[in-house]
Design a protein around this ligand. Structure first.
Ligand SMILES: [Zn+2]
Ligand SMILES: [Zn+2]
Length: 155
């Protein structure tokens, strides 16, 4: 069976997540345009700074007020920043991410004119909070957001 591009890119995002050095959460992202990959990212402190798993193996990542790693760029941010640093135009792109965007990433995604976001797991479920505020923000302002469902798991 020929895999769909959605399956290919989400599988890549899941593999990228496993490269994260963060202990608290591991998230991967793939940014695409017209079925081609523009950029990739996973969560972690900026390159050349910290590796959470090596520096804080006992206590885990230093937390911010929301319980996330206080040093890390999110996977979406890393993917977007790399693309922008290299002069890519992100208008009309699709972002695959293994965890739905937080509100801070949602603001960046909207600003960059990314048109579609496909996510695997819910940030709200992960955080134990009521609403996926990032997803709500994106939908409210016209970005298509879909939860990924792998075909084989629906059967
Ligand atoms: Zn960390
Ligand atoms: Zn985020």
């Amino acid at each position: 069976m020929r895999p769909a591009f959605d399956d290919i890119f989400m599988e890549l995002a899941q593999n990228l997540a496993r490269r994260s050095h963060c202990i608290k959460a591991q998230v991967g992202a793939v940014l695409t345009k017209d079925t081609r990959i523009i950029s990739i990212g996973y969560n972690g402190p900026p390159s050349g700074t910290h590796n959470c798993d090596e520096e804080f193996p006992e206590v885990g990542c230093p937390r911010d007020s929301k319980g996330s790693c206080s040093l890390a760029l999110h996977a979406e941010q890393n993917a977007i920043l790399y693309a922008v640093k290299n002069g890519a135009n992100l208008e009309g792109t699709t972002l695959y991410v293994t965890l739905s965007p937080c509100i801070a990433c949602a603001r960046v995604i909207y600003t960059m004119k990314i048109k579609r976001v496909i996510y695997l797991d819910s940030y709200a479920d992960y955080k134990g909070i009521g609403v996926d505020e990032g997803v709500e923000f994106l939908r409210k302002f016209g970005v298509q957001v879909e939860r990924f469902h792998k075909l084989v798991e629906q059967a």
